[in-house]
Ligand binder design. Structure first.
Ligand code: AQP
Length: 334
């Protein structure tokens, strides 16, 4: 039996991924790649919807790919590639943009948030059409499952609508994908501001645990994490967001129940709890960091792996794109 298709990606928007990307995405991808025919991409075309330095972008793209591999995504098992190396993404995005309503795109909350952050003069048209490119990413591979954070749910909903609209207008062409939404506790918050989502491109790095940080830096950030004055290790997102966030990280990395961790630290202070968490995080990160740095020592080899995977992706993508061109009525080159 052929495996169902899965597609997901991350933006190369920082030198290092952060623990939220690891828990919320990479750990799940690693498990899911066994069950699915998985496509994991580094979405560099999405990253340039906000300004990027060209030299750094190339480096961040390699670093992101190296971290996928170091975290256990196997390029011989999954198709791990760089989005811009498969031109069909941009080509399908154009076609889809012609069936997307202006108002429909304008309702995407991520655009509203980001354009507010950058100011409307700074916000690009590319940022506005970001969800259409994401729809193209997903639909090109006849994807059935899309693992995403709940903030991306609206974009997957748009993707489903576009697939259904295209199919109704031009005939069955696209598989309508289903989002696989991460568990509530897989969402990780900033250690210094535990009501905001942790982000790799956050302005302040003090509350962000980067996969490629030196272990001493990681340890310090955990020991300095914001908690509360109550002194009890208990999960309560409303009244104890700092402690709840640390418990989420602990539970996700150890596979233990939150209640078992609460019991273990009952009657002990936050210092002990943080030391326990520090050991867990450092043990998890150390081999990933070492492997990523090792892969980055040979960029030519990494580039070759990515190119071979891009070829594989392009073959699958071309099949869908050529059906789309036919259905829309574009004249084939004779
Ligand atoms: N804090 C988080 N907790 C759980 N999951 C998270 N993800 C990101 N942050 C957390 C998941 O990681 C993937 C990365 O997607 P992305 O690179 O497209 O961007 P993002 O979601 O906006 O992630 P960042 O780290 O916040 O990046 P920047 O700073 O560039 O915006 C997704 O699967 C996401 O759910």
């Amino acid at each position: 039996m052929t495996k169902a298709r899965l597609f997901s990606g991350m933006q190369p928007s920082a030198d290092s991924l952060q623990i939220g990307n690891y828990i919320g995405a990479l750990m799940q991808w690693r498990d899911m790649q066994e069950e699915y025919d998985a496509f994991f991409t580094v979405v560099d075309l999405h990253a340039i919807t906000v300004p990027q330095d060209p030299v750094q972008l190339r480096e961040k793209t390699r670093r992101t790919a190296a971290q996928y591999i170091a975290a256990g995504i196997e390029p011989s098992k999954s198709t791990l590639y760089v989005q811009s190396q498969v031109p069909a993404h941009a080509e399908l995005a154009w076609i889809l943009s012609t069936i997307t309503g202006f108002g429909e795109a304008g309702r995407m909350t991520q655009f509203k948030d980001k354009s507010q952050r950058y100011g409307s003069d700074q916000a690009s048209v590319g940022l506005f059409t970001y969800p259409v490119l994401m729809a193209a990413d997903i639909l090109l591979y006849q994807t059935e499952a899309v693992p995403v954070g709940d903030d991306q749910k609206q974009h997957v909903e748009l993707t489903r609508n576009l697939a259904e609209r295209f199919n109704a207008r031009f005939g069955e062409t696209f598989t309508v994908p289903e989002p696989v939404i991460q568990k509530e506790t897989a969402r990780i918050y900033d250690l210094q501001d535990p009501t905001s989502k942790m982000s790799k491109s956050a302005e302040s790095q003090a509350g962000v645990l980067y996969l490629l940080d030196d272990v001493n830096v990681t340890a310090k950030k955990i020991m300095r994490a914001v908690t509360d004055s109550d002194g009890v290790v208990r999960y309560d997102r409303e009244t104890k967001p700092g402690v709840a966030n640390l418990l989420s990280i602990y539970a996700a990395l150890t596979g233990r129940e939150i209640s078992a961790i609460e019991d273990e630290y009952a009657g002990r202070g936050y210092g002990d709890f943080k030391k326990g968490l520090r050991d867990v995080v450092v043990a998890e990160f150390e081999p990933v960091r070492a492997r990523a740095l090792e892969l980055l020592e040979d960029p030519a080899e990494l580039d070759r792996t990515l190119a071979a995977n891009a070829d594989r992706a392009a073959t699958a993508a071309e099949e869908t794109l050529s059906a789309v061109y036919d259905r829309v009525g574009l004249l084939r080159r004779g």
